[in-house]
Write a protein that binds this ligand. Structure first.
Ligand code: FE2
Ligand code: FE2
Length: 331
């Protein structure tokens, strides 16, 4: 069954107004969140939230401005979509008080990674959309999980790169190949993600709100870059069934989006056809074969192919690609 029952889109103007209110709310939430993270000694987060240098980034080029201004147009309504989906998934596993406490803390945290390097909202959101396609297919193939487990998987996919918030923005914004020390900094993001989520869930628990399935979400943030077939992944280099199903699912969906989208470090995305060939090439090497086969089988139906092509199309110049100029200027 579909976990996210998508309602017809509300009036675009209403959606945009709500997105702007959410954006303002993030700004007011930021300081207490940073204080929690500092108390738990998560390095880098404060620097990144105060970091506005990307506006005059040494890598920014004039040709980006048209792309970015196009991308900015729908950003508030995109924020409202993330907020809606987060709460809809949260309601499957948490009570209403926990949903609102978690949204209050975790959504602004997602915002920190978006500020660090625009594009992460979109990447994390699309990773979740791919995971949704895959989980629907798996439940039809009797490799089912409970609704609660599926909701936790999707929340994990939505937050998998939250640790990028603690990676220096100037490293994340480098276009092109990274040096080895730069790569090491980026590759710390799963460990940072685990630390950030542990700190967030601990502070919710201290305030009397236990977040069920928090361990599943943390594990996805921590293990989504491990490789199924060898020990070449990170941070631990574990393989096969040592990697949780959730981390394997998110790892594959993460790669599908990374291959097919216009990222700051790679403006030459693959087509869906090329990405499918790459997925098969890495079947049982990087990715769990069953997961790849489930996804490709799902993608064979016209309805799902259309959804996937829409997701890929949305990645080229969507709101999520835009820097949060409105949010930063309002400070
Ligand atoms: Fe990642
Ligand atoms: Fe990712």
């Amino acid at each position: 069954m579909a976990i996210l029952q998508r309602l017809p889109a509300p009036d675009p103007k209403a959606l945009e107004a709500r997105g702007r209110a959410i954006s303002d709310h993030f700004v007011t939430r930021m300081e207490p969140i940073i204080n929690i993270l500092e108390a738990k000694q998560i390095p880098g987060v404060r620097e990144n939230t105060n970091d506005k240098t990307w506006l005059t980034d040494r890598n920014a080029k004039a040709e980006d401005s048209e792309f970015l201004s196009d991308a900015m147009k729908g950003r508030p309504s995109f924020l409202a979509r993330i907020d809606d989906d987060f709460r809809a998934l949260g309601r499957v596993i948490w009570d209403e008080r926990a949903v609102s406490a978690a949204a209050d803390l975790l959504l602004p945290l997602l915002d920190v990674s978006e500020r660090t390097c625009f594009g992460y909202y979109g990447h994390q959101y699309r990773t979740m959309q791919y995971a949704e396609i895959l989980l629907n297919k798996r439940s039809m193939s009797n490799r089912s999980m409970t609704d609660a487990e599926q909701a936790a998987q999707l929340l994990g996919a939505l937050m998998h790169d939250i640790g990028k918030a603690a990676v220096p923005g100037e490293v994340l914004r480098i276009k092109g190949k990274l040096s080895d020390p730069e790569k090491e900094l980026v590759n710390l993001h799963p460990s940072h993600g685990k630390s950030i989520l542990l700190a967030a869930f601990a502070s919710l628990a201290e305030a009397g709100t236990h977040i069920a399935y928090g361990d599943v979400i943390i594990d996805i943030a921590f293990s989504h870059h491990e490789r199924y077939g060898d020990t070449g992944g990170y941070p631990l280099g574990i393989r096969g069934t040592e990697i949780s199903v959730g981390a394997r699912i998110t790892g594959f969906c993460d790669a599908m989006d990374s291959m097919t989208t216009n990222r700051i470090y790679d403006r030459h995305p693959k087509t869906f056809k090329q990405a499918k060939i790459e997925a098969v090439r890495k079947l049982n090497k990087h990715f769990n074969g069953t997961i790849v086969v489930d996804f490709l089988r799902a993608a064979k139906t016209n309805e799902v192919t259309k959804i996937i092509l829409d997701i890929i199309k949305s990645a080229g110049a969507m709101p999520e690609q835009a820097p949060q100029r409105d949010l930063i200027q309002s400070k």
